[in-house]
Design a protein around this ligand. Structure first.
Ligand code: EPU
Length: 336
C-alpha cells in the first residue's frame, strides 16, 4: 500500500481548491480497499471531487477511489445489464454506451465526476435522472469491510438525493453501479425545450442517441463552465420547492418567474433565476464568483479558497431570503 504524505488536492476537486491531505492513497481494486479498511476506518473519500467544496486541509487519510472496469452481466434482444466500477469517468462511460447503441443516459452527457458518485446525488439533467437506469449499487461497509448491495428501491432516490446523503452518509464506499440500458426502441427524452431547439436547428427530425448526446453537450458547453478551465461544481444550490400559496404571491410581484409544478400544492422554482434577480449573476469577489451564463454555478477563477466560496454562498442565500423569503439549500457537499 502506497500512502503518500502532504499531497495537494487541487487536482482532485473540480473547484480547484488548494488544500492538502496529510496522508493520501489511491486505491485501484476492491481487494486493496478492503485491506485498507481493515487497518484504517477514519478516512476521507474522494473520487471525482466534482460535487464537493473543500474548506480546510484534511487530517484524515484521504482515499482516492480509482477502481476501473466495465462489464456486461447479461443481455437480451432489448436490454443490456452492465456493472461499472466506481472509478470510471462518467462522461466516458456515456460515450461508450452511445458507441455501443445503449440508450438511457445520453441526456446525462458531459456531467463531471465518476460513476461511483452518480447515485449519491442522483445526477440529473434535461429530464432524466440516473435513478431511471440504475438497478443496483454495490459497495463496502466501512465499519465491517463487508460487501453490501442496494437495490434501486433501497437507495431511496429523490431529487439530487439518496440514502447515501442521509442515513448511510459516511458509512459506505460505493465500488460499482449496475445499469439497465436499452438496445432498441430507445425512449429518447427530447422534451426539454433546449434539446428540441438544438435538434431543430440542425434539421434533425429522427434523432439518434448520438444526436441527443451531441445536443446536450452543445447546451452544456454554452451555459456551464468547463471545470478544467474555471473551477466549479455544477449547480451549487438545489432548485427550491415552495408552496403554491407562496408561489402565487411571488408571481404577482414577478410575473415572469419560471416555475415547474411538483404536485397540487407545491411548485419548484429555479434557484438560478432567484440568484440572478438578486443581482449576483456574473459578479466576482476576488477569485470567487458567480458564473456569467448560469447564476446557479459558483466558480473559482484561480486561487479562491473554499472558505471564500462558502462565504459567497452564504451571502447569496441571505440576499435571496431577504428578497423572496426562500431558503436555498446547498447541493454541493461542503466540507467544513
Ligand atoms: N435561469 C435564470 N438565470 C440563470 C439560470 C437559470 O433565470 O442564471 C432560469 C432559466 O431561464 C430557466 C430556468 O432558470 O427558465 C431553469 O434553468 P436551466 O434550464 O438552465 O436549469 P437549472 O434549473 O438552472 C437544472 C439542474 C442542472 C441541469 C439543468 C438541466 C439543478 C440544481 N440543476 O438547472 O444540473 O443541468 O437543470 O436539466 O437541478 C447540476 O446539478 O450540477 C446541474 C448543472
Amino acid at each position: 500500500m502506497n500512502i503518500q504524505e502532504n499531497i495537494s488536492l487541487k487536482n482532485y476537486n473540480t473547484f480547484g481548491i488548494s488544500v492538502n491531505a496529510k496522508r493520501f492513497i489511491s486505491v485501484d481494486s476492491v481487494y486493496e480497499l478492503q485491506q485498507l479498511l481493515k487497518i484504517e476506518k477514519d478516512i476521507f473519500l474522494i473520487s471525482g471531487g466534482s460535487n464537493m467544496l473543500l474548506t480546510n486541509n484534511i487530517d484524515k487519510l484521504v482515499v482516492h477511489i480509482d477502481i476501473k472496469g466495465i462489464s456486461i452481466d447479461r443481455e437480451d434482444d432489448s436490454f443490456v445489464y452492465l456493472t461499472v466500477n466506481a472509478g470510471e469517468n462518467w462522461h466516458e462511460f456515456v460515450l461508450y454506451c452511445i458507441s455501443q447503441n445503449y440508450g438511457g443516459i445520453e441526456n446525462l452527457s458531459l456531467i463531471p465526476g465518476l460513476v461511483g458518485t452518480c447515485p449519491i446525488q442522483n445526477i440529473g439533467a434535461y429530464g432524466v435522472e440516473v435513478k431511471d437506469v440504475i438497478t443496483k449499487v454495490e459497495g463496502l461497509e466501512i465499519e465491517t469491510s463487508k460487501f453490501v448491495t442496494f437495490s434501486n428501491e433501497d437507495c431511496q432516490f429523490g431529487y439530487r438525493n439518496s440514502i447515501f446523503k442521509n442515513s448511510h452518509k459516511g458509512k459506505i464506499i460505493l465500488t460499482s453501479v449496475c445499469f439497465k440500458l436499452t438496445k432498441k426502441s430507445h425512449h429518447l427524452n427530447t422534451s426539454y425545450g433546449a434539446i428540441e431547439t438544438e435538434l431543430v436547428s440542425k434539421n434533425i427530425t429522427k434523432p439518434t442517441l448520438k444526436n441527443v448526446s451531441d445536443a446536450v453537450i452543445e447546451i452544456r458547453k454554452s451555459k456551464l463552465p468547463d471545470p478544467k478551465k474555471i473551477g466549479n461544481s455544477g449547480s451549487f444550490f438545489k432548485n427550491p420547492v415552495i408552496s403554491k400559496k407562496q408561489f402565487v404571491e411571488l408571481q404577482k410581484e414577478n410575473p415572469t418567474i419560471p416555475n415547474y409544478p411538483v404536485n397540487e400544492t407545491e411548485v419548484k422554482v429555479p434557484a438560478g433565476w432567484l440568484v440572478e434577480q438578486s443581482g449576483f449573476k456574473g459578479k466576482r469577489f476576488g477569485d470567487a464568483g458567480i458564473h456569467e451564463k448560469q447564476a446557479l454555478v459558483l466558480v473559482n477563477y484561480g486561487n479562491a479558497s473554499g472558505k471564500e466560496i462558502y462565504q459567497l454562498a452564504k451571502k447569496i442565500r441571505e440576499t435571496v431570503f431577504k428578497n423572496f423569503e426562500i431558503s436555498l439549500e446547498i447541493e454541493v457537499n461542503v466540507i467544513l
